[in-house]
Design a protein around this ligand. Structure first.
Ligand code: G3P
Ligand code: CA
Length: 332
């Protein structure tokens, strides 16, 4: 009997799909491929698609409420220009931090546009003329996720990103402690909580860990080097990753930092980043996987996902959680 069980277990192991590692599926701005980013509708859809985590980008209002909004500007997703025409700054932009929460709640939001041309950022997504949504506060979104976790008997986590903490401080506002307080009110306080806290700014993440005493899992986002700013390429060296591992559990690189192209034999050009990060016990969660915006080195979506699974990533940010699920399998 024992022998039979062993044989069945072995067969079960070899029958698993190629992508048996099952990367963590992070719904990027909710299920934003289907519904306007960061709306509660996009959050509910992401939950129904069984993402493992749902992402929130966070900025502050003038009266210090964290709201779920990707940009520091309101004009890329809302009707602020017509509702508050005289509230732009000299650069012509409308900043969330110049508006109270009550004012922001009067805005209707919809699909992202390019603010210079007025054209949709993603032409085949939700119609930009339809704006039936409002901007949620961080706590409203946490309430929705908690409620759905209860009714759907799941523990889908949250993946908040603190946006531009240095810029917020220059505006006289300290966003990080406010975000940590909101998380604590919902019981997200320790390393086992289903939350990853992410930010691009290394100095802020080190402050969050070392000065603000945050015990949550932290992910260091990596982007393109910009002159006069922190250099991500330095962070990606062995010494740099060693430093990141002193305060973070993972990194969030761009797709190109993990797979840089296609080799002449048609196989993926996998960089050493995942192996390097794993040597430092850092998880790797690259961004952003979009069915309607494939990197130029792949022809189709399944190949993209398979290549990154082959590269041994631990998770991925996607606007299309359901389209990842069908390839990588159900959540664990
Ligand atoms: O947070 C991961 C990814 O979302 C970073 O880029 O600009 O979409 O916030 P962004
Ligand atoms: Ca983000």
């Amino acid at each position: 009997m024992l022998q039979l069980i062993r044989v069945l277990l072995f067969v079960g192991t070899i029958m698993q799909p190629l992508s048996a590692a099952r990367p963590t599926v992070i719904a990027h701005r909710g299920a934003s491929g289907y519904l306007p980013e960061h709306t509660l509708a996009a959050v509910a859809a992401a939950h129904a698609m069984n993402a493992d985590f749902i992402e929130q980008d966070l900025v502050l209002t003038s009266d210090l409420h964290p709201i779920v909004l990707h940009d520091i500007y309101l004009d890329t997703v809302s009707d602020v220009r017509s509702k508050f025409p005289d509230r732009a700054r000299n650069d012509g932009r409308f900043y969330a931090i110049d508006f109270t929460l009550a004012e922001i709640k009067t805005l209707r939001i919809g699909e992202r546009i390019d603010h210079r041309t007025g054209r949709p950022a993603f032409p085949n997504r939700f119609p930009t003329e339809n704006k039936p949504f409002t901007i949620p506060t961080f706590e409203e979104e946490l309430q929705i996720i908690h409620g759905l976790n209860q009714t759907r008997h799941r523990t889908i986590g949250v993946y908040p990103e603190i946006k531009y903490p240095k810029w917020h401080r220059d505006q006289g506002k300290d966003i990080s402690p406010i975000v940590l307080n909101s998380l604590a009110r919902f019981g997200y306080t320790d390393a086992n909580a289903p939350v990853y806290l992410q930010c691009f700014e290394q100095a802020e993440l080190m402050r969050i860990r070392n000065e603000l005493g945050c015990k949550l899992k932290i992910v260091q986002l990596m982007g393109k080097d910009k002159p006069g700013e922190q250099t991500y390429s330095k962070m990606l060296t062995d010494e740099g990753l060693h430093r990141v591992a002193s305060y973070a559990q993972g990194i969030g690189p761009e797709l190109k930092q993990v797979i840089s192209g296609r080799r002449t034999d048609g196989k993926p050009q996998i960089t050493s980043l995942v192996a390097d990060a794993h040597r430092h016990q850092l998880l790797v969660h690259p961004y952003t996987f979009r069915v309607d915006q494939l990197p130029d080195y792949v022809d189709d979506w399944p190949t993209l996902i398979d290549w990154f699974v082959e590269a041994q990533i631990d998770g991925l940010f996607t606007d299309f959680p359901d389209r990842v699920r069908v390839i990588v399998g159900p959540s664990q």
